[in-house]
Each structure stands twice: as structure tokens, then as C-alpha cells.
Design a protein around this ligand. Structure first.
Ligand code: CDV
Length: 310
């Protein structure tokens, strides 16, 4: 038995501030057409696909900030993407900045199935960076200022013949993100990211940016017996270099498809969802081998131990 999902990981190169939504959607459609021509069932785009990564700037004017947000989905500007997907009969997942009718701001991603139905929505939970401007940084990372913590937890949805879930960028560095979906039986996780190469508070990490990206995607896939599709927005955006390293990772923990450029590039892999089964049934059979009572007891007894300040 096999359940093959052919996935197109649609890495996007830099998107500058002056680039219109229409221009970005055109690039997305071009990648989508390539994916359809190669028989893909689903095409996956990065975090905040529609605009430049705006949290790099400190802005005080809420009207200006809100120009980066979407009030409806699809909108006039994104409708061509939805229409083309419906015409091609292909599913897709992408990230965008969501402004709700109640005025709430989230870093959000969607899964749209092959019939054009929005089957899943996720709002980013692990918001990195800082809330107040830090002028010593060449680039700000003000996600904590511009977004609320997501309120939808990590869901899994029936899509593409299996159980699909999402997380967004920094979520991929936290084992909890994968595990909450793993406990719900997830078989394929889509994760888009915008990862600057330079980490201002810890520049010694910079040389390891791609390694850390692969490390967490591979560990998360293996430890939860799931496929993981990691998709970067990359290249030099408004002077800020961001990593590519778009990767499709099997439940074995192996990377079976990876980007080669820092530009718009489609990475394709045939992913057998049934490959998840032997991992979920043996080494990572959660019912048989996890010990949640012990984890809880140890934390309750010892509390959370932090390194001393000196
Ligand atoms: N957009 C992100 O969430 N970026 C973070 C950076 C700031 C470390 C990431 O984890 O890639």
C-alpha cells in the first residue's frame, strides 16, 4: 500500500517593499503552474508570502503597519491565486499577515484543498524577536509587537489523502509544535519561514543558520513519524540576507529534496504517507512508549531549573 502525495515546496526569493501584491501573486502562480505540470497535489509557500518581511522595521503608525495585513482571504489581489489553483485542481498552503474583523493581528497560514476549500487555518504561536525597538540592531525583529500569539493551537486536517498540519517559522525550533500535532497523528507538516542569516543577539550562531534549520526539521520529522515540508523566503530582502535551504524531510529524518538557489525555486518530492506508519507503530508508538505521567511528576517535583545568573 502507498499513499503518494506529490509536494511542490515553492521557495520564494526576496520580496522588496515596493513589490506589489499583484507582482508577488504572479510569481506564486508561476511556481504553481510548474508544480501542476509536474503532477503536484499541493504547493507550499513561505511564511508571510505576500509581502516583504515587514517586522524588520519599527513603525508607529498603525495605518502604515496595517498595509502589510490582509483583511479578507481571498481578496481582490489574492483571488487570482485561488482561481488558478481551482483551474489546475491543485491544493496549496501559504502564510500571510491576518487582520481580523475585530482588529486582531496574527501571523497566519492556510491549507486550501484541491477543490478550493479552505480546510485549515493556523496562527503562529512562537513569536520571536522583541516588542520594543532596539536601535543597535541593523534590522529589527518586531513580531512580538505586530502580532498576537496565535489562538488556534496546532490542528490537523484531512487533506490530500492524509492528516496535514501547519506551523510557522520559529515554531519549527520547538519540539512542542511537532509533538502537539504528532499526538493527533499528523502525517505531513507544512512550515514556511523567513530566517535572517544574522542573529543580532548571538552572531556566533550565524554560520550555523542552515544547519539549525535542517536539524530541527529532520528531528521533528523523525521523532513524530511525519513528513515535514520546510519552505523559505530567501535572498537579500531590503538589504537583509535570509536563508533558503527549503527542504522536504521524510519520516526517516532524511532530507529527500532541497533547494539549490536563493531565488524562486520549486522543489518536488513524491511523499508516501504510509512511510509514517512504521515509525508511529514502533519506535515512536506514543501510546506504548511515552511516559507523560513521569514527565509531569519530574517537573512538579523539581520545578523548572534555570542556570544561575552568575
Ligand atoms: N520569522 C521567524 O520566526 N524567524 C525566526 C528568526 C528570528 C530566528 C526563525 O526562527 O527563523
Amino acid at each position: 500500500m502507498s499513499r503518494i502525495v506529490t509536494v511542490g515546496a515553492a521557495q520564494m526569493g526576496a520580496i522588496q517593499r515596493a513589490d506589489s501584491r499583484a507582482a508577488v501573486v504572479k510569481r506564486m502562480i508561476e511556481l504553481m503552474r510548474q508544480a501542476a505540470a509536474h503532477g503536484c497535489d499541493v504547493v507550499v509557500y513561505p511564511e508571510l508570502t505576500l509581502t516583504t518581511f515587514f517586522p524588520r522595521w519599527f513603525m508607529e503608525n498603525q495605518d502604515e503597519i496595517d498595509t502589510f495585513f490582509e483583511r479578507e482571504m481571498p481578496s481582490n489581489e489574492t483571488a487570482p491565486l485561488f482561481n488558478e489553483a481551482a483551474r489546475l485542481g491543485i491544493g496549496f498552503s501559504f502564510g500571510y499577515a491576518e487582520l481580523t474583523p475585530e482588529g486582531r493581528h496574527f501571523n497566519t497560514s492556510l491549507i486550501v484543498d484541491k477543490t478550493g476549500r479552505q480546510v485549515g487555518k493556523y496562527r503562529k504561536i512562537h513569536l520571536p524577536g522583541h516588542r520594543e525597538p532596539e536601535p543597535w540592531r541593523a534590522f529589527q525583529h518586531l513580531e512580538k509587537r505586530y502580532f498576537e500569539v496565535g489562538d488556534l493551537s496546532w490542528g490537523v486536517w484531512n487533506a490530500f489523502g492524509g492528516l496535514a498540519g501547519m506551523m510557522i517559522c520559529n515554531d519549527r525550533r520547538w519540539p512542542e509544535s511537532y509533538r502537539v500535532m504528532g499526538l493527533q497523528g499528523v502525517e505531513m507538516i507544512f512550515v514556511g519561514y523567513n530566517t535572517p542569516r544574522h542573529n543580532p543577539p548571538a552572531p556566533d550562531h550565524d554560520r550555523l543558520s542552515e544547519f539549525h534549520n535542517q536539524l530541527v526539521l529532520q528531528a521533528g520529522a523523525y521523532q513524530n513519524g511525519t513528513w515535514v515540508v520546510g519552505v523559505g523566503k530567501c535572498g537579500v530582502e531590503e538589504g537583509c540576507e535570509m536563508i533558503g535551504a527549503t527542504s522536504i524531510v521524510a519520516p526517516t529524518g532524511e532530507i529527500i529534496g532541497q533547494s539549490l538557489t536563493q531565488e524562486d525555486e520549486l522543489v518536488i518530492a513524491r511523499c508516501d504517507l504510509d512511510l509514517t506508519k512504521s515509525y508511529k507503530a514502533t519506535t515512536f508508538n506514543f501510546d506504548l512508549h511515552r511516559e507523560p505521567d513521569q514527565y509531569r511528576r519530574i517537573v512538579e517535583q523539581k520545578g523548572v531549573i534555570r542556570p544561575s545568573a552568575d
